[in-house]
Design a protein around this ligand. Structure first.
Ligand code: ZN
Length: 456
């Protein structure tokens, strides 16, 4: 099938491939055969059936690199920080997944809603329940979405309803991995999923690291999200140099490791993460919601660290990655403005000698990096996240040889005054992010198969 539409795809962090009258040719296997100006693609492939989608746009499907399927039902209940929020809202919701029917119904809805906002690759935490995890994989398989999922592992300091024995946790996770990792030519994959260090024993973390290596599977966990959490890790692992060292000692850090949040990290921790090839996952709406802080995203990127983007439902309020991209931009602007204001106050403070002034500036972290812009946010949610998953050759952009994971978007839906002004591609992205609306995503395709279509 040859799709005719405006094509927009990331090439590099600051570069977009923009083809106003484009052609995207997809073969019967769901692979992109050609992508370019429509006339050229049509001439090179005479006889291809044409589906004219103009005036809509085709963009690559989005990657949500970190979220919690069972938490979808309790998003947006404000008021608490991480640890009490988990106890009050999250653990009771996750306990309900001991009923596989609850889990299956929740998974059906969740993947449907992700596809409806243009997310075609879902990386998600499940619960500790093996049967529920199996049902979630089955629903992902049926929905057509690309998914990397994992049963949560927690073997200590956990409410009794969710507490696992170490051996059982490892055995069940490995069984799920053996069943699902690589299913449907790699559309479904497994991630070993220790929730975070405060609820995991070192034995569990070492065991799952070896299992993930044996299977070539992913590892996903949380790191340095909240100050209370960091204090708890210090108490529980007094022998570790810092929080990152807990995971490093367990052998958990590597190129297939996804570390959610990574807000409060000193230089030596960042060096360890960069050298391991692990990816930090930025979840700005969740970080605001549970009062965790703002990741210095540009700074981490400039240090050569891999950073992706994610909704972190239920810390984040919605599965809409467009809204998440907008928040990544806005959070970075708030951080930038806050640092400038503090720097100005310090400048105006009298009676400080130069040495004390510079120590204060350093302690207050006043070096302001440039805010994130929409083109960078789009890159993080597409090509960069694909690279973080080792799937750069498969997804993340509209290029020949990749799988046809894409969405059809109607930018007129976010044009407030219906001016139909011609905007630059980065301006269109900006509108889609800051004014995201479910009605703008007309359809979502994974491997050329339409998995979501908006009713006309
Ligand atoms: Zn999370």
């Amino acid at each position: 099938m040859l799709y005719r539409a405006h094509l927009l795809s990331p090439e590099a962090p600051a570069r977009l491939k923009d083809i106003p009258d484009g052609g995207l040719l997809v073969d019967g296997e769901g692979r992109i055969v050609d992508a370019g100006p429509f006339e050229a693609v049509a001439a090179a492939h005479p006889g291809a059936e044409v589906l004219d989608l103009r005036p809509h746009w085709i963009l690559p499907g989005l990657v949500d690199l970190h979220s919690h399927l069972p938490q979808y039902e309790c998003v947006a209940l404000d008021g608490l920080e991480l640890l009490p929020w988990l106890e009050t809202h999250i653990f009771p919701a996750e306990a309900r997944f001991r009923d596989p029917e609850v889990a299956a119904a929740a998974a059906r809805l969740y993947f449907r809603h992700q596809l409806a906002v243009g997310t075609t690759t879902s990386v998600a935490y499940l619960t500790v329940h093996q049967e529920a995890a199996d049902r979630a994989f089955r629903e992902a398989e049926r929905s057509g979405i690309r998914a990397i999922l994992g049963k949560v592992m927690m073997d200590r300091h956990t409410p009794p309803a969710l507490l696992e024995a170490t051996d059982a946790s490892l055995a069940q996770s490995e069984e799920l991995c053996a069943t699902w990792h690589g299913r449907d030519r790699g559309r479904l994959q497994y991630a070993f999923t220790p929730r975070f260090a405060p609820v995991c024993s070192m034995e569990l973390m070492k065991g799952l690291s070896l299992a993930a290596q044996r299977h070539g599977a992913y590892i996903q966990t949380h790191l340095s999200e909240n100050l209370g959490e960091i204090d708890r890790v210090r108490e529980l692992f007094p022998e570790a140099r810092d929080y990152t060292d807990v995971y490093a000692s367990a052998g958990m850090l590597g190129p297939r490791t996804l570390l959610g949040h990574c807000i409060h990290l000193d230089r030596s921790e960042r060096d360890v993460i960069r050298e391991s090839g692990a990816t930090m996952v930025h979840c700005p709406r969740s970080n605001a919601f549970i009062k965790s802080g703002i990741m210095p995203l540009r700074r981490w990127l400039s240090e050569g660290i891999s950073v992706g983007l994610a909704s972190d439902v239920g810390g984040g309020p919605s599965l809409d990655m467009w809204g998440e991209m907008a928040m990544a931009c806005n959070a970075s602007k708030l951080r930038w403005a806050g640092q400038r204001i503090q720097a100005r106050r310090l400048e105006e403070l009298e009676g400080l000698d130069a040495a004390l002034r510079s120590r204060l500036a350093e302690a207050l972290d006043l070096e302001a990096e440039e805010p994130v812009d929409p083109a960078l946010a789009f890159h993080l949610a597409t090509l960069h996240s694909a690279r973080a998953l080792g799937l750069e050759a498969v997804i993340g952009s509209l290029d020949a040889g990749k799988d046809a994971d894409f969405m059809v978007v109607d930018p007129s839906r976010v044009d407030p005054a219906e001016t139909r002004a011609i905007l630059r591609p980065d301006e269109v992205l900006s509108r889609l992010m800051y004014r995201s609306d479910p009605a703008m995503v007309r359809a979502a395709y994974v491997r050329g198969k339409r998995c979501h279509a908006l009713e006309a």
